[in-house]
Design a protein. Structure first.
Length: 246
């Protein structure tokens, strides 16, 4: 089995295109054009072109690309704001709104031509956003999957609640969990491939694989190929094996 996975994109269309170029090159060498590509969520926020990222994914899936896009916490916050300007995601700390500069919602709205996040009344900002964001984009974000399973691999955005069966995981955990998952070394029913918590480099912990290398903070967007239990990061100079601890 061969499957590709891409970390948190955060509105960086150029980086996403580069990741897919690396996949296309690797597919050509492997002779496997039908291998799936999983995007582990946080498609939007912070970067300059969240709209372009969603367009890219919609267009690729429409032409039959074997792509899977998962929902991240930032994608859910975007969805929530479009439904209600006062939406408060339970994963956020009290008093923090999606339009706060630390979260990058304003950059997402700017990609749709809506300016003034953090300066204008939320209801006015919301009215403009509802007019500017195509219904196809809203439908796409609403329909993003929370988990994708392939053989012994479990793809989610943030992680899983240890000790809870995979088919009983709570959405809030799949999108937001950190410490309880990151510090747990037990087997979770498969290698969990995730993002959400930035690390300096793609890291294999034995029971999980973290792909978020901080694209939302100006760092690289990472892409890997997993085949026959081995993990390889794709780079401009070829594959680099990512090994679990001994």
């Amino acid at each position: 089995m061969r499957i590709y996975a891409i970390g948190d994109i955060h509105g960086h269309l150029a980086k996403l295109r580069e990741a897919h170029d690396l996949i296309a090159e690797d597919r050509g060498m492997a002779g496997d054009p039908a291998a799936e590509v999983v995007h582990v969520g946080d498609l939007v926020d912070r970067g300059p072109d969240s709209r372009g990222v969603i367009d890219f994914l919609i267009e690729g899936m429409a032409r039959g690309e074997p792509w899977v896009a998962l929902k991240g916490n930032h994608d859910r916050m975007f969805e929530g704001f479009l439904g209600d300007p006062d939406h408060y995601d339970p994963g956020l700390r009290a008093g923090l709104h999606w339009t706060d500069p630390r979260l990058g919602g304003g950059e997402t709205l700017l990609s749709y031509g809506v300016a003034g996040a953090g300066e204008r009344m939320l209801f006015d900002l919301h009215d403009d956003a509802v007019q500017a964001v195509p219904e196809a984009h809203r439908r796409f974000v609403r329909g993003l999957a929370l988990m994708h399973r392939a053989g012994d691999l479990v793809f989610v955005h943030a992680g899983v609640r240890p000790g809870v069966p995979l088919d009983r995981q709570a959405e809030d955990d799949l999108l937001w969990i950190r410490r309880e998952f990151l510090e747990d070394t037990r087997d979770h029913g498969g290698l969990v491939v995730h993002g959400h918590t930035p690390v300096d480099a793609v890291t294999h912990y034995g029971n999980r694989l973290n792909l978020d290398t901080g694209a939302g903070y100006g760092r690289p967007l990472s892409v890997v190929v997993i085949e026959d239990g081995a993990v390889w990061q794709l780079t401009a100079s070829g594959r680099v094996e990512v090994r679990p601890p001994r």
